[in-house]
Design a protein around this ligand. Structure first.
Ligand SMILES: NC(=O)c1ccc[n+]([C@@H]2O[C@H](COP(=O)([O-])OP(=O)(O)OC[C@H]3O[C@@H](n4cnc5c(N)ncnc54)[C@H](OP(=O)(O)O)[C@@H]3O)[C@@H](O)[C@H]2O)c1
Length: 267
């Protein structure tokens, strides 16, 4: 009882002081990065950013071979090692099978980026049941399978990072995307639980990124109130800030940082 407030005070002061100091960045030159949904959108920019910041190898997963091939070729042309595998993260058996293929052909994945997601974009009553299920299978359960496939080896090696590209909608849902908001809220709970569970596992950590509306295909045409005040983010900026957050071992990243206020106001 006596120690608890003292410890709290110590950790708050320590965190405050550490946030003022420039943090050292992890070297990526030995990292093998796997990005789900790496063929297009934010995933594509993440792949390019990891390659730019010196990752040893970048592996792309997705369903559309054309996009994966184009992105892998672009990265390979810039001089970095990049390959792709067609894999639907909603299909548990396929995830485990392709994870084995990756281990055999490329090596141990040390940074897993769970980025793949879909949005159905209709109200509950207008939504087809299968479409509602599909969103949960891809956005939420897909992460269970990929994490189960790659985390055990990271723990063995005492070296690894699990990343989730979540969304601010996990904490501040909107109508009209009920499938997506539910899946992202569930995925946030997954990451919070995983992050706490890995706190005492040396060398293995987590980063959850919660971006605001970003300029990709996913929410193309979505109208935001006060667009001048809240312009959409550029996917390349989301990618760059995500890689920086991974390199500085940041557990949670809100993009833009002003979204902290939204979460506090909502609470
Ligand atoms: N755009 C935004 O406003 C925004 C805001 C906040 C957070 N986010 C999050 O950022 C991440 C990337 O979104 P984005 O904006 O880049 O969307 P996007 O352009 O629609 O890209 C989605 C990616 O996910 C892949 N994907 C979808 N279903 C898949 C499956 N079953 N298996 C494997 N890959 C699958 C897609 O590739 P294939 O179709 O080829 O499989 C594609 O590469 C998502 O997690 C999203 O929730 C986006």
């Amino acid at each position: 009882m006596l120690l608890f407030p003292i410890q709290m005070f110590y950790h708050i002061v320590r965190a405050g002081l550490l946030s003022l100091l420039p943090s050292s960045k992890k070297d990526l030159s030995k990292e093998v990065v796997l990005i789900t949904g790496g063929g297009r959108g934010i995933g594509r920019h993440l792949a390019k950013e990891f390659a730019k910041q010196g990752a040893k190898k970048v592996i792309l997963w997705g369903r559309t071979e054309k996009c994966l091939k184009e992105t892998a070729e672009e990265i390979s042309l810039s001089g970095s090692e990049c390959c792709y595998f067609v894999c639907d993260v909603a299909n548990r058996e396929e995830v485990y099978k392709q994870a084995k293929v990756v281990r055999e052909k490329v090596g141990d994945v040390t940074i897993l980026v769970n980025n793949a997601a879909v949005v159905h974009g209709k109200s509950l009553m207008d939504s087809d049941d299968d479409a509602l299920l599909k969103t949960q299978h891809i956005n939420t359960l897909g992460q269970f399978w990929t994490t189960k496939a790659f985390l055990p080896r990271m723990l063995e090696l005492q070296h690894g990072h699990v990343v989730c590209i979540n969304s601010i909608l996990s904490q501040s849902p909107i109508p009209g995307a009920i499938d997506y908001c539910t899946s992202k809220a569930s995925s946030l709970a997954f990451m919070e639980s995983l992050t706490l569970g890995l706190l005492y596992c040396p060398g293995v950590s987590c980063t959850t990124v919660l971006p605001f509306h970003t300029n990709t295909e996913m929410f193309r045409g979505m109208r935001v109130r006060f667009p001048q005040l809240f312009p959409p983010l550029k996917p390349e900026i989301v990618a760059q800030k995500t890689v920086d957050a991974i390199r500085t071992d940041k557990a949670f990243l809100y993009l833009p940082w002003t979204m902290h206020a939204l979460v506090i106001l909502k609470r």
